[in-house]
Write a protein that binds this ligand. Structure first.
Ligand code: ATP
Ligand code: MG
Length: 367
């Protein structure tokens, strides 16, 4: 899929902008604080309905204005599609071909994007929340079922945690109600873990190939799903739900004492290993960088396989973070197939030689 046109109205430092893009590589060049990342962010927000760098939608609205609007034309294999996102101070509206989509699961997936920024190194180095968010955002884009299960899981988890707190403070006594909530949570929790394991194993296959070729076969990367359920990766969905239920039953007193749910996919993590060693603890900077790059690039293949089309790739300032060999690798992977937007203060010689017919945009002060 390709984003052919973008219109911004009162978005960050863009008062008004209308841009037509190349279906291949678009290079956004400009000095610091001119609006390069803002433009990438607007594409990300149009696709995902939320920003990758803030949870506060108000920050997206131009200073002094009441509402922002992002509109885009998307060219897909089956035809073209108009997306529109209106962001007000008290909420937002997402429309596809002028029809409002009230549910996220109805809207997501129409424009698939993958964003890669220097912060993505945190995927390897950061806390488990970063990796869970990564898994949930990426798999949610390709699977409405996953997104639906996740929303349900979060709702039940909230209720269950609230009830555990009431039991803790003796405001509530009814253990039977806890049992009901546990069963509901275990049912959806098992489904989520089982989908994660399946997606991760597909992603691992693609990432492995990329990693091997970047490291010229010297390193083997593997993924390991780490769960509060023992041996989760070997269990079926039903077995996972049963195992979770067992954990809730065995640890009831502990969960009531702590007033929170201690088991389930909201506590799980994924580990990236190189030659069987955890990259987070043992990897060098370079290994961590290569791992993050391989995992991110693997998503391109995963999305293509799951949806039939390549996603749009957003690269924020990453070329300068990579050495020549890795830049070459990245550019070769995307060439001719993936529409790409990349921001940079200036192109390196490697990039100049590898990018065929880029469309270059010079960005200054939101223009
Ligand atoms: P760098 O190369 O440093 O990453 P950049 O071109 O990517 O720079 P952006 O992050 O796109 O920079 O833009 C930053 C500019 O946008 C800042 O000057 C900031 O003040 C401005 N800005 C951020 N939010 C808003 C807003 N809501 N309204 C108006 N301007 C904003
Ligand atoms: Mg920037």
């Amino acid at each position: 899929m390709k984003l052919t046109e973008l219109n911004l109205h009162h978005f960050r430092n863009y008062d008004e902008a209308q841009v037509e893009f190349s279906p291949q590589i678009n290079v956004l060049i400009g000095e610091n604080a001119q609006g390069k990342t803002n433009l990438l962010e607007s594409i990300y927000v149009l696709a995902m309905t939320r920003s990758h760098r803030t949870n506060n939608d108000r920050e997206l609205i131009e200073f002094g204005k009441d509402a922002a609007q992002i509109k885009g034309n998307v060219q897909r294999e089956l035809g073209s599609l108009k997306l529109e996102l209106d962001i007000g101070k008290h909420g937002k509206k997402a429309k596809a071909n002028h029809l409002e989509k009230a549910r996220l699961s109805e809207y997501l997936g129409q424009l698939n994007v993958i964003l890669f920024a220097p912060e993505d190194l945190a995927l390897v180095k950061g806390a488990p929340t970063v990796r869970r968010r990564f898994i949930d955002m990426e798999f949610g884009q390709v699977s409405p079922k996953y997104l639906h299960d996740l929303t349900q899981y979060r709702d039940i988890l909230k209720q269950r945690n609230r009830y555990l707190k009431q039991l803790q403070s003796h405001e509530a006594q009814d253990q039977l109600y806890l049992e009901v909530l546990s069963e509901q949570l275990a049912a959806v929790g098992g489904a989520i873990i089982s989908q994660r394991v399946k997606f991760l194993s597909e992603l691992e296959g693609y990432a492995q190939k990329l990693h091997q070729s970047i490291t010229q076969g010297k390193e083997k990367m593997t993924f390991e799903y780490s769960s509060t359920v023992k041996d989760a990766a070997t269990l079926t969905e039903v077995e996972l739900s049963e195992a979770l239920m067992e954990l809730y039953q065995q640890n009831q007193a502990k969960e009531i004492f702590q007033g929170t749910t201690l088991y389930g996919p909201h506590r799980d993590d994924v580990r990236f290993l190189i030659n069987q060693k955890n990259v987070q603890t043992y990897g060098s900077q370079g290994q961590q960088r290569t791992t993050a790059l391989s995992v991110k690039l693997a998503e391109i293949d995963l999305m293509k396989n799951q949806t039939g089309e390549y996603p749009v790739l957003l690269l924020d300032d990453v070329l300068s973070e990579l050495d020549g060999a890795r830049q070459t690798h990245l550019l070769k992977t995307i060439q001719d197939k993936v529409q790409t937007f990349l921001t940079t203060p200036g192109l390196s010689d490697v990039a100049r030689n590898l990018i065929k017919e880029p469309r270059i945009f010079h960005i200054r002060d939101g223009q």
